[in-house]
Design a protein around this ligand. Structure first.
Ligand code: CMC
Length: 434
């Protein structure tokens, strides 16, 4: 049988090397270059990983040209319409949709872990009231490593699963407490009679002095947004979690590293940046000037919520969020939200602009999500935290998949060194004066 390989030729030496092609169930084949350095003495160079598969994974599949996203084979559109966040969480963690008993047991397990240790609450007092909630999240999630010693042995599958459940369950509690701290209100304890998102809304917005009624539209919208954000294969934060985890670091520390990577405006921080950008643009008449800035290579300004490393078509999540935006705003009689109207116009104008067409720049998931969060009363600084709550599921699933690999090794990229060659230390008196 013909071997599934590709051959490269070294033009310097004339040597040929046959490289194995590995094929997944979907997507392009990958060239296995594991022996390249040993055989030819070369590394590969791919800054930003534009053509590099960093791992094998059976969790999420994206076809960026077609605008397709599947979790464990299920299209995101079907999951967003028919499923709910905890069911999707189960799917991402365990690979299959749960039957009713499995879902009940899983929901009960997650509810069981929603509380945080009392001492952990004192961490919040160390943060000034205007601390960004993402800064608090990084610190508090990382500190979980100091509390749960019965779930940090990464070689023990039960420990791994317990840590996974704890993080997924506690993330809304930690996030809501970050918000309460920032507005000087008492923390609200989790209420395990509520849904995952209902409980989060209650911890965010209820106060001990009066009843709080959860708005079903807000609860549903948040659940769908959480499904859309739950995983996205090897993005920057997930790759960070995998790399941190590959050294054997405990899972709580790894998720804290994911939160750090998510915060940047090129990644999860974009939803917050989109809202600031729309406020800065202010009115439709100003759109052309901002588009001109986005196209000007000398200007660092970019249209936030536009463009994606993988999607060269409409981000399928953005399609769903855009539709939801209409529903949520209509339900609150806020369909005249000027920021939403501005966003719709900005999208129209950008999508008919040659630069955006040629560069295949489409709205991504973050373009409209902030407008929904705003309509639900979520403060702008919490937008990326919302992303982090949902993405914790993906981080944990990817981390569990990686650790369970029999061949798991530390991730250790190489480099193209272009610094100074060897030179001798110069005594202070021998160095040139400024
Ligand atoms: N506005 C204007 N020009 C852009 C934009 C934009 N938003 N995004 C990319 N470009 C241009 C860029 O200048 C470059 O042009 P040229 O080839 O002429 O030099 C070309 O498109 C390719 O850009 P790139 O920076 O090489 O692409 P990338 O794959 O490295 O970056 C990105 C992807 C998402 C970081 C980038 O599109 C961007 O900065 N977008 C704005 C931030 C944003 O919305 N991020 C959220 C991403 S989706 C949610 C998530 O994954 O967290």
């Amino acid at each position: 049988m013909k071997k599934d390989t590709t051959t490269i030729t070294d033009n310097n030496t004339g040597r040929q090397l046959e490289l194995l092609l590995r094929r997944g169930t979907s997507g392009p084949a990958v060239v296995d270059i594991g022996h390249l350095y040993h055989e030819l003495g070369y590394f590969t160079y791919d800054p930003g990983f534009t053509s590099t598969a960093s791992c094998r994974s059976g969790i999420t599949y994206i076809d960026g040209e077609q605008g397709i996203l599947h979790y464990r084979g299920y299209p995101i559109e079907q999951l967003a319409e028919k499923s709910n966040f905890l069911e999707v969480t189960y799917l991402l963690l365990y690979g299959e949709l749960p039957n009713p008993q499995q879902l009940d047991a899983f929901t009960a397990t997650i509810r069981h872990h929603t509380m945080i240790n009392k001492s952990l609450e004192r961490f919040y007092d160390g943060f000034y009231h205007d601390a960004h909630p993402m800064a608090i999240m990084m610190g508090v999630v990382g500190s979980l490593s100091a509390f749960y010693h019965d779930s940090t042995d990464i070689r023990n599958p039960q420990h791994r699963e317990l840590a996974a459940h704890r993080m997924i369950a506690k993330m809304p509690t930690i996030a809501a407490a970050s918000y309460k701290h920032s507005i000087g209100e008492s923390f609200v304890y989790p209420n395990n009679n509520l849904s995952y998102c209902g409980n989060f809304l209650n911890m965010m917005f209820s106060v001990p002095s009066e009843p709080y009624i959860i708005d079903p539209v807000a609860e549903k919208a948040m659940d769908v947004l959480f499904i859309l954000h739950a995983d996205h294969e090897q993005n920057a934060s997930t790759s960070t979690v995998r790399l941190a985890g590959s050294s054997g670091a405990n899972p709580f520390a790894c998720i804290a590293s994911g939160i750090a990577a998510l915060w940047g405006p090129a990644h999860g921080g974009a939803n917050e940046a989109v809202l600031h950008m729309l406020e800065e643009i202010g009115k439709v008449d100003n759109i052309p000037a901002f588009l001109a800035r986005a196209k000007d290579k000398k200007d660092p300004f970019r249209l936030m919520g536009f463009g994606h490393r993988v999607y060269k078509n409409y981000d399928p999540r953005a399609q769903i969020v855009r539709r939801m935006c209409h529903e949520v705003l209509d339900s609150r009689e806020q369909h005249k939200d000027p920021l939403f109207e501005l966003a719709v116009r900005l999208e129209e104008i950008a999508l008919s602009d040659d630069y955006f067409i040629e560069h295949k720049l489409y709205p991504n998931v973050d373009f409209y999500s902030g407008i929904i969060y705003k309509a639900l009363g979520i403060p702008t600084q919490m937008f990326t935290v919302m992303f982090a709550i949902a993405r914790t599921v993906g981080w944990v699933a990817q981390w569990m998949e990686m650790i369970a690999e029999p061949q798991q090794r530390i991730g250790r990229p190489r480099q193209l060194y272009d610094g100074p060659g060897r030179r001798d230390y110069r005594e202070m008196n021998d160095r040139e004066q400024a």
